[in-house]
Design a protein around this ligand. Structure first.
Ligand code: GAR
Length: 226
């Protein structure tokens, strides 16, 4: 926490940073009681870095391709994150796998948003795969990061019903709209102590969360744990 009791958050991005923008906007609007202390990127050209600079947030450009190998890059990211020492690391469209020792250092303090209803469709091309499989529902998940990719306990999901004639593009737009709602909300839950991780398991309102909370396009938050 900073000296005004706010959660100190570092955000990792690789690209356009629309989720980062939603988090910046939530802080500016007073919906998220956190301080964004750093934005880091593996891609020095990520547009999200400009968004961060416009918001007055310190940026760290780690050009992945300028490192000799992945081990060197991982070591530098680890060093930077330890130096910044945030309360929470938020992965927002960060497209590289985080080294196990970094995940372990921030155990219970690193969140990701992944565009599927985990545990369905970990990995890449989730929209294409869900459409090809003829799914009825798709969505996005905020989950705790553990060393295994996209496998950490899910906390909050946003669901959309797949429409007839839905395209990857239309589905992505609808799902991302939901990300802009659920990611800042989830971080706020942590900031206010509504959400905690005990031994890497999510607890919401003082009770273990056995299934993720769900918001969908047409309804508000469903209390699945009451
Ligand atoms: C987000 O929609 C996020 O779900 C996805 O990348 C997008 C980044 O957009 N993340 C992953 O696929 C991680 N596996 P943004 O840079 O505009 O926030």
């Amino acid at each position: 926490m900073n000296d005004t009791g706010k959660l100190r958050v570092a955000v990792l991005i690789s690209g356009s940073g629309t989720n980062l923008q939603a988090i910046i906007d939530a802080v500016a609007a007073g919906r998220l009681n956190a301080e964004l202390i750093a934005v880091l990127s593996d891609n020095p050209d990520a547009y999200g870095l400009q968004r961060a600079e416009q918001a007055g947030i310190v940026t760290y450009r780690l050009d992945f391709h300028s490192f000799a190998d992945r081990t060197d890059y991982d070591a530098e990211l680890h060093r930077q994150l330890r130096h910044i020492d945030p309360d929470l690391v938020v992965l927002a469209g960060y497209m590289r796998i985080i080294a196990d020792r970094t995940v372990e250092h921030f155990a219970g303090r690193m969140l990701n948003v992944h565009p599927s209803l985990l545990p369905a469709y970990p990995g890449l091309h989730t929209y294409r795969r869900a459409l090809a499989a003829g799914e009825t529902w798709h969505g996005t998940t905020v989950h705790l990061v553990i060393p295994e990719l996209d496998a950490g306990p899910p906390v909050l999901q946003y669901r959309v019903k797949i429409h007839p004639g839905e395209t990857e593009q239309s589905l992505r737009e609808r799902v991302q709209t939901g990300e802009y709602r659920i990611y800042p909300l989830c971080i706020q839950w942590l900031a206010e102590g509504k959400l905690e991780f005990r031994e890497q398991q999510p607890w919401l309102d003082g009770r273990p969360l056995t299934a993720p909370a769900i918001i969908d396009e047409t309804t508000e938050l469903k209390d699945q744990h009451g």
